[in-house]
Design a protein around this ligand. Structure first.
Ligand code: M6R
Length: 587
């Protein structure tokens, strides 16, 4: 979370390049923003509460060929101008992404040595520690401070008198890109100018010293380290809505393509023999991830139904601290759009240390989990800018479906995915149903999504999406659980949305619909079944195309569309929900 960027340019408009980069990094946090520019030997800083665009009017006045910027997702200290980065001390200005866990103890130590703290952030200790260690050599000061910091940090450090900047990485992503505009270091590739088609991914424990003549890499003990640049696919990184009113809608419209491209990417780039041996050699498979990635794991566990291995799904933030007893051949399948989610990376690191095999299912080929995994199964959804995960979820489902079938008839699995991808457009065209469901959600105090079997897994994702973008209270339950407690919440202001695509339990679900209706609650049904039920007169029914066990793709897609439309109806910004950020790189 938080996006940081630093650059050295050939003109004196580095601040403009930083500003443009911050606009493209805003998905990582958007509660406050700041830029420092270094020109004529002096650092000038502007920072404010609010979104990046709030700095537009100041950028032209920030002259210098070196600059650093930050867009914040608050962890320590409320969103405010004072807590916004950069933080400055003496000749230094620093932007930070991550959490410095030992900040309280460092703060006390620095206060006892006469430093005065202005903000409530953990980050301010970093700049003061660097200033405190400065004896004329910037690199040495940064290294001396870095070894004292515990936690996750990516830093960009500017220093008056040094024509360049220093970047540091420890458990928070940082990439370096060289291009015609200059040399950049940033939290993520989209922040780099379009012409940066080669990047160097910094490793944990790296310090990069970046001057006009290039980047040099060191470890925290100041030994030189070699880092190689790699080509990066920039396709789809455009931070442009392509004519849609929101990124969320644009990305929902790219969901079918995410499935198709993921299928294509799987057969193009995965070593199928290696994947087969990992899957068939496992006696236990643990699927893990957070948020929507975890939700795709719930469905994927059912894809592995034929496997002889024990299959479980674990939330990564729990798994890393409460790991189950491992069997001899544990296979971890880590799912993450960004590949940088701290909890997922933490869980994967733990399992790697204990000898488990790891498959990374990710939309980001240069991310932290790819470096920890034995094999990567790519999700080819293209850049996802909206904070809510949409198309990446469908890409994940496709990648996981192929992985689950890699030891069976994988060619058939491919054809099933291609067929379901063709049906997304039918769901998109059912606008009347979508508007009706969204209208009902918008008029409700709480929305409960219910289903059984895989329909329940879809309900979990639908509920997350609705609450995330609309702020309407929502939860998901297996429909059979309703009578064990949730029914107490049902009244005229609550809505139950039932996903009914599993024939085996369809009738049971219909009974649950009645249980809601007869207590004065509202209900709506999404189903792929044709049969009409007269007893449900007046209950809106959305009939999605019938695609057998692939129904999870279409029901989840329909309900993500409902979440989007609900948010828009009640005036929320679906792309940037309050309090959230896209890449959750802190615990
Ligand atoms: O990048 P990841 O897939 O690891 O992110 C995991 C979650 O933070 C993410 O899915 C989050 O729940 C989304 N905002 C949901 O829409």
């Amino acid at each position: 979370m938080c996006g940081i960027i630093g650059c050295i340019t050939s003109d004196d408009c580095a601040a403009k390049s930083v500003y443009e980069g911050l606009l493209r990094l805003e998905y990582r946090g958007y509660d406050s923003v700041g830029i420092s520019a270094l020109g004529g030997g002096k650092i000038v800083t502007v920072k404010k509460s609010g979104r990046v665009s709030g700095l537009a009017e100041y950028v032209g006045g920030l002259k210098g060929n070196v600059a650093a910027g930050h867009t914040r997702w608050a962890t320590h200290g409320a969103p405010s101008g004072v807590n916004a980065h950069p933080h400055c001390e003496g000749r230094f200005s620093v932007v930070h992404n991550g959490i410095i866990e030992n900040y309280a103890e460092l703060r006390d130590e620095l206060i006892s040595r006469g430093y005065e703290f202005r903000s409530e952030t953990d980050s301010e200790v970093a700049v003061k520690l660097i200033a405190d260690n400065f004896r004329g050599d910037v690199l040495a000061a940064v290294a001396a401070a870095a070894v004292r910091l515990r936690g996750s940090f990516a830093l960009v450090v500017l220093c008056e008198g040094f024509e360049g900047f220093v970047a540091v990485r420890n458990r928070s992503s940082l990439v370096v890109g060289v291009c015609e505009e200059g040399i950049f270091a940033a939290s993520d590739v989209p922040a780099l100018p379009e012409s940066a088609d080669e990047i160097t991914v910094m490793e944990d424990g790296d310090i990069a010293v970046i001057t006009r003549s290039g980047a040099q890499y060191f470890d925290f003990c100041l030994n030189t380290v070699t880092r190689r640049a790699r080509r990066v696919e920039r396709d789809g990184f455009t931070a442009d809505k392509g004519g849609y009113p929101h990124f969320m809608l644009k990305e929902l419209n790219q969901s079918a393509r995410a499935v198709e491209d993921t299928v294509e990417g799987f057969f193009r780039s995965v070593d199928l023999g290696r994947l087969r041996s990992l899957v068939s050699g496992a006696d236990e498979i643990i699927l893990t991830g957070c948020g929507t990635a975890y939700n795709s794991g719930l469905i994927a566990a059912r894809f592995f139904g034929e496997s002889s291995a024990r299959v479980r799904v674990e939330i990564a933030s729990e798994l890393r601290y409460y790991p189950p007893k491992m069997s001899k051949n544990t296979l971890v399948i880590a799912i993450s759009q960004s590949g940088e989610t701290a909890d997922t990376v933490g869980a994967v690191s733990l399992f790697r240390q204990t000898g488990a095999q790891v498959i990374a299912v990710t939309n980001c080929g240069y991310s932290a989990i790819t470096r920890l995994a034995n094999i990567v199964v790519p999700v080819c959804a293209g850049a996802e800018i909206c904070v809510a995960a949409t198309k990446s979820y469908f890409g994940q489902l496709a990648a996981l479906y192929l992985t689950a079938n890699v030891c069976a008839d994988v060619a058939f699995a491919k054809s099933q995915l291609r067929s379901v991808a063709l049906q997304f457009s039918s769901v998109l065209s059912q606008t009347a149903e979508c508007e009706c469901f969204a209208g009902m959600c918008a008029a409700s105090r709480a929305v409960f999504f219910m289903g059984r079997g895989a329909d329940y897994d879809v309900a979990v994702e639908a509920s997350l999406k609705l609450k995330e973008v609309s702020y309407i209270f929502s939860d998901a339950y297996p429909a059979g659980e309703l009578k064990h407690g949730t029914l107490a919440l049902i009244d005229g202001d609550t809505l139950g949305i039932f996903v009914i695509c599993q024939e085996r339990t369809a009738e049971k679900c219909i009974s649950a619909v009645h249980e809601v209706l007869c207590r004065g609650g509202k209900a709506a049904i999404i189903t792929d079944m044709e049969a009409e039920d007269d007893s449900l007169d007046g209950v809106p029914v959305w009939r999605i195309p019938r695609v057998g066990k692939m129904s999870v793709f279409l029901s989840a897609f329909a309900l993500q569309l409902v979440a989007y439309r609900t948010a828009v109806k009640i005036g929320r910004d679906p792309d940037k929900p309050r309090n959230l950020a896209k890449s959750v790189t802190v615990e």
